[in-house]
Design a protein around this ligand. Structure first.
Ligand SMILES: Cc1cc2nc3c(=O)[nH]c(=O)nc-3n(C[C@H](O)[C@H](O)[C@H](O)COP(=O)(O)OP(=O)(O)OC[C@H]3O[C@@H](n4cnc5c(N)ncnc54)[C@H](O)[C@@H]3O)c2cc1C
Length: 466
């Protein structure tokens, strides 16, 4: 493609900003990033409290976040945040130790011993299965999976190109619960659930295994188990603010896109009342939002001259209703550490507090952030205010009552498709549409809803088409 191609990028989150960075690295400097908000970072949102930044959105990374590492290198920054640590409580607020079998917690876990030993055994078997039967499962993106192929870039610092045939990969369209049962390793869900469901990615009986395992590949899950994780002192938003500052063309904030029309090989974008002309457009903003949102966010099909195939495919996308509260507590009510509540990570406990995060070890002068889900496919969606009250009540049960809510967010989170559409080749159909209307589709739904996979997908998109 001509290096002077005029490229419009919608969205100044990790996907959009890293698309800018990778384009620039390849010699394309004629790009414009349009961001509707008054800040960059998207779901990496790190507001200030008492001079320090807390996290309303993304919190952590793992050592295999190679695209995030590219950004760090590009900007000369590193992951310098507080070490993460956590403990566990049951739904009644009692501190528990669900994983230890030896030492002082042995007696407490005596009745769970067979399950714990079984889990250990199944994790080992699962690791082997993934390496052999499901070879190719972990590469970024979903191209070819529904056809029993893998086609992409390895999760290594070099990210070498890999492709091959593996019929077994079709199983990745199954809900993760079914996938585990089919492979005789149901107990591994006990370990995978922590960094999946409590992080807002839905329940294992409804989410295709592909999403679970491309994000939580074996190595990444072991990093979570061993708390080998990255955080950033100034918050994850800082990564993207830094990237924005280092780009030749920083994002244009407060850009309201009224209309996008594609005709005669050109793309006309009406933004803040003016029409701008481009050659190509990359969409990292939501492609489709099935309901009306109070924050005014819309899917691209609502402001683009959407074609039939775009409408047909994107209308299959759903997303998680993931709610975050930032609360103050009285000093004597402050939790000692972050807590996971496994009993609340099941559909029967929809809307309850699943995890709460204390960021700074040395001070109680900080907010605590709480996380809950309120949608499951077979259950009626819980209204936002009801869920908020449930979480505040749960904090009382946990003996860490909130004295004040200082920030709250109902997030458009983890756009995805369900098993049927995944198996019917949704991803290959969308991939075949890349550039068809001078339009490229990137961002969370094309890979997975985390910082690195979205940035990595942008890297690949630039690699493949520019
Ligand atoms: C509570 C929470 C916890 C998380 N924890 C982690 C974590 O620990 N680790 C991790 O890696 N990830 C985590 N994530 C996920 C991660 O933040 C996202 O996956 C990532 O930010 C996605 O990047 P993106 O650019 O695709 O989308 P987004 O971050 O959503 O960015 C999209 C951008 O597009 C803009 N936009 C939308 N519509 C328009 C429009 N019409 N015109 C112009 N601009 C538009 C938005 O304002 C936004 O800035 C978490 C997210 C949340 C909310």
């Amino acid at each position: 493609m001509d290096k002077n191609t005029r490229i419009c990028i919608i969205g100044g989150g990790p996907a959009g900003l890293s698309a800018g960075m990778y384009l620039e690295k390849k010699g394309y400097t004629n790009y414009t990033i349009l961001e509707r908000n008054d800040r960059v970072g998207g779901k990496c949102w790190s507001p200030y409290y008492n001079g320090k930044r807390y996290e309303m959105g993304a919190i952590m990374g793992v050592p295999s976040y190679y695209a995030v590492h590219d950004v760090e290198e590009f900007c000369g920054i590193t992951h310098d945040g507080p070490k993460l640590n956590r403990n566990y409580k049951n739904k009644n607020g009692k501190v528990i130790e669900p994983f230890k079998v030896n030492g002082k917690y042995f007696f407490e876990n005596f009745t769970r011993l067979p399950r714990l030993l079984g889990t250990k055994k199944q994790i080992k078997a699962f690791g082997e299965l993934l390496e052999t039967k499901y070879k190719g499962y972990d590469i970024n993106g979903h191209r070819g999976v529904a056809e029993g192929r893998y086609d992409g870039y390895a999760v290594t610092p070099e990210r070498e190109r890999v492709e091959g045939v593996n019929e077994n990969l079709k199983d990745l369209a199954l809900p993760f619960k079914e996938f585990c049962e089919k492979n005789g390793v149901p107990y591994v869900q006990d370990v995978w659930i922590g960094p999946f469901t409590s992080f807002g990615y839905g329940y294992f009986d409804e989410i295709p295994a592909a999403y679970v395992l491309k994000y939580l590949d074996f190595q990444t899950t072991m990093n979570f188990v061993n708390v080998n994780l990255w955080t950033w002192k100034n918050g994850t938003q800082y990564i993207w603010e830094q990237l924005n500052d280092h780009l030749k063309n920083p994002a244009r904030l407060n850009s309201t896109i009224e209309k996008v029309e594609r005709k005669d090989g050109k793309v006309f974008v009406t933004v803040n009342g003016e029409v701008e002309e481009y050659d190509k457009i990359i969409v990292t903003a939501p492609l489709y939002i099935p309901n009306k949102r109070t924050d005014g966010q819309k899917g691209m099909v609502e402001y683009f001259d959407a074609r039939e195939d775009e409408l047909e495919l994107f209308s299959k996308i759903d997303y998680e209703r993931y709610d975050v509260l930032a609360v103050e507590t009285k000093p004597e009510d402050h939790p000692e550490i972050s807590y996971y509540v496994f009993e609340n990570m099941v559909p029967e406990r929809l809307g309850h507090l699943m995890v709460y995060y204390r960021r700074w070890k040395e001070t109680v002068e900080q907010v605590i952030t709480t996380y809950s889900l309120r949608k499951h496919k077979n259950t009626e969606e819980i209204p936002y205010d009801t869920c908020k009250q449930m979480v505040l009540d749960d904090l009382k049960t946990m003996k860490n009552p909130a004295s004040n809510v200082i920030n709250e967010w109902s997030v458009y989170y983890f756009p995805h498709v369900f098993s049927e559409d995944y198996a019917a080749g949704w991803y290959d159909k969308v991939e075949a549409m890349q550039d068809k209307y001078d339009t490229f589709y990137a961002g969370e739904v094309m890979s997975f809803g985390d910082m690195d996979e979205t940035a990595e997908y942008s890297r690949e998109l630039v690699e493949r088409f520019f």
